[in-house]
Ligand binder design. Structure first.
Ligand SMILES: Cc1cc2nc3c(=O)[nH]c(=O)nc-3n(C[C@H](O)[C@H](O)[C@H](O)COP(=O)(O)OP(=O)(O)OC[C@H]3O[C@@H](n4cnc5c(N)ncnc54)[C@H](O)[C@@H]3O)c2cc1C
Length: 357
């Protein structure tokens, strides 16, 4: 089949690669350059998503944990296991027994991952290994394993694999409209006919449907997530609870510095995507609550933000599903939602859907 995939973020790149591997002739259209948007602005975790267990998303977590391993195996130059510390304070919203059960389940769902199980560390041991953590009210900590990637480089690696499998990547090629008949209209006015179109425009997927006058059952919740990079090394990756909230945030090593994120701010339109002053203050406050050497905006070396294209499912963005969904209109399939970690599994599902309409 002659297939057009629209959007060279991780979802479009993996879909194009998988379809080419299945023998199709694929063109991947991107209006900017590959991996220029959401897929390079993530928290850089290849993870099952421990907190999604609270929302009962067991299928998603199991799939993501298995995909996490596949990324480590296939692209070890850009993806690696990461040991995280989860400190437990007396003031935590979640009791340690609940976290212990969650981590036990996480280990179970990760069976076969080859990574060690979670452990409990006493207060003494926690302080010994994390000398910059504040000690007041600290009871101890759990350690568990997830993964970290260089999202831009891993994404470009996927693009490269896709090209090697025969995908033609057409950058700087905006798509103005798509049609259920298989017609693609370019922003410059020309058009082309395909046997199948995949709309993988991420946060812009609904906008492309609207511009094409196609009504869809699914809609996207656009939730901005911002990060700050602090000009200091991160000796111990941590998962922490935002003070007085159930939300969690991460402090992670990133290119010799410390990546702190993220936030959840609803946006009505997919642009602009920039961290607000309030989000930056929120992240600085959260970090300073737990670490003894305080940071100010002077310690920030860079900031970035991305827009989560979440399938609309909850009034609280923190509880909104990270699952993906597909919607078909004739020869057009649109991808809604998804995670970086699960992009290849999503691409296999979409390929099956195309083979078995
Ligand atoms: C703050 C944040 C943190 C995250 N952290 C993680 C994490 O740690 N781990 C994880 O697994 N997931 C994470 N995610 C989720 C993950 O990053 C996204 O699910 C994923 O990157 C979405 O990829 P995408 O390809 O759908 O979108 P994008 O990467 O945005 O790609 C869509 C592409 O479509 C192009 N496009 C749009 N419209 C058109 C058009 N009309 N014509 C041509 N091209 C078009 C855009 O230019 C863009 O390049 C995070 C997301 C955010 C926002």
């Amino acid at each position: 089949m002659h297939i057009a995939v629209i959007g060279a973020g991780i979802n479009g790149a993996c879909t194009a690669w998988e379809l080419a591997r299945a023998g199709h002739s694929v063109v991947l259209f991107e209006r900017d350059t590959a991996m220029a948007h959401t897929s390079r602005a993530s928290t850089k975790l290849l993870h099952g998503g421990l907190r999604y267990l609270e929302n009962g998303e067991f299928r998603l977590v199991r799939e993501a944990l298995s995909e996490r391993r596949a990324w480590f195996d296939d692209a070890p130059q850009h993806a690696r296991p990461l040991k995280l510390t989860l400190p437990i304070y007396r003031t935590a919203r979640r009791p340690s027994w609940m976290i212990s059960i969650g981590l036990g389940l996480y280990d179970l769902l990760a069976t076969g991952s080859g990574l060690p199980r979670h452990t409990w560390q006493s207060q003494e041991l926690t302080i010994g290994k994390n000398p910059h953590l504040k000690t007041d009210g600290l009871l101890g900590s759990f350690t568990f394993w997830d993964g970290q990637m260089d999202d831009l480089q891993l994404g470009l690696w996927v693009i490269h694999q896709a090209q090697n499998s025969g995908v033609k990547v057409s950058e700087n090629t905006g798509i103005k409209a798509v049609h259920p008949s298989g017609q693609v209209t370019f922003s410059d006015g020309g058009s082309m006919q395909f046997e199948q179109i995949v709309n993988a425009a991420g946060p812009w997927a609904s906008q492309l449907l609207a511009a094409s006058r196609i009504n869809s059952q699914h809609s996207l919740d656009l939730v901005r997530g911002s990060h700050i990079v602090l000009n200091r090394p991160c000796t111990n990756p941590c998962l922490l609870e935002v003070p007085n909230e159930r939300r969690i945030f991460f402090s992670l090593p990133w290119q010799g510095q410390t990546l702190v994120g993220t936030t959840e701010e609803r946006q009505l339109a997919p642009t602009p995507v920039t961290p607000s002053t309030q989000e930056i203050d929120y992240l600085l406050n959260a970090y300073n609550h737990f670490f003894s050497i305080p940071v100010t905006s002077d310690d920030i070396s860079s900031t970035f933000a991305g827009l989560r294209p979440l399938v609309k499912s909850s009034s609280n963005p923190n509880r909104a599903t990270r699952e993906y969904a597909f919607e078909r209109h004739g020869k057009l399939i649109t991808i809604f939602g998804g995670k970086w970690t699960t992009a290849r599994a999503m691409a296999r599902h979409i390929t099956k859907l195309i083979h078995n309409p």
